[in-house]
Design a protein around this ligand. Structure first.
Ligand SMILES: [Fe+2]
Length: 222
């Protein structure tokens, strides 16, 4: 069993000027790819005779199942792979991606409208202490929530369905914005692919993992 690095859904310079080509290159080929390589080394240990905390993993298990069933180093690696694949899909080279009517109504009803939602999201993201992620999620009752997770923690672990993720680790913005995380958030907000976020909201999560999943979010080979 082997995890494959998901292809970027656009060229490395496509997010300029919000995110530089250099940042995308290092983020994708350095950090994201590194998580994949390290997890694959861990999964190698699950083969007969291997020595791993995950020696019960089977070849049929998906990345999500690894996230839900593992702890410690393996969990962190698997979650970070998932988080980054999802993050790339949440961004668009183009500004002005439309929010669907269904998600727009939910934001109006539950978040007080797009403007207030935007403000709350930025405030929550700016309050990140250390490394982490800011998410728009749907909870078990179908309600929207804005949450932060620390380090590589993934909302799936708390039965929350991710709709949107913004990477708040410094490696996501430091080269371009140094410590000005609010500037990073302001620029990147314009390039959120709301069509993807809306699709995530409207598709039952179980279906999404199998049929959409950020196109190739989970791609098992071998
Ligand atoms: Fe990252």
């Amino acid at each position: 069993m082997k995890i494959e690095l998901q292809s970027l859904p656009y060229k490395e310079d496509a997010l300029k000027p919000a995110i530089s080509e250099r940042t995308v290159h290092i983020h994708y080929h350095g950090h994201h790819q590194s998580y994949v390589e390290k997890l694959n080394k861990e999964l190698e240990k699950t083969r007969p005779g291997g020595n791993s905390e995950m020696n019960s993993v089977s070849a049929s298990e998906s990345l999500e199942e690894i996230i839900l069933q593992s702890v410690g180093h393996v969990y962190n690696l698997a979650a970070q792979i998932w988080n980054h694949s999802f993050y790339w899909e949440c961004l668009s080279p183009y500004e002005g991606s439309p929010v669907s009517d269904t998600l727009s109504r939910a934001i109006d009803n539950e978040m007080g409208g797009m403007e207030l939602f935007h403000r709350q999201f930025i405030e929550t993201a700016s309050s990140t202490f250390g490394s982490g992620w800011t998410w728009l999620v749907k909870d078990e009752n179908g309600s929207l929530q804005i949450i932060n997770t620390h380090d590589g923690d993934n909302p799936l672990s708390n039965n929350l369905h991710p709709l949107l993720a913004i990477d708040m680790w410094e490696h996501a913005f430091y080269l371009d914005y140094q410590t000005q995380d609010t500037e990073y958030l302001s620029r990147i907000w314009k390039q959120i692919r709301w069509e993807f976020v809306s699709q995530n909201y409207e598709t039952p999560f179980s279906d999404r993992l199998q049929t959409n999943a950020g196109k190739n979010l989970v791609r098992m080979v071998g």
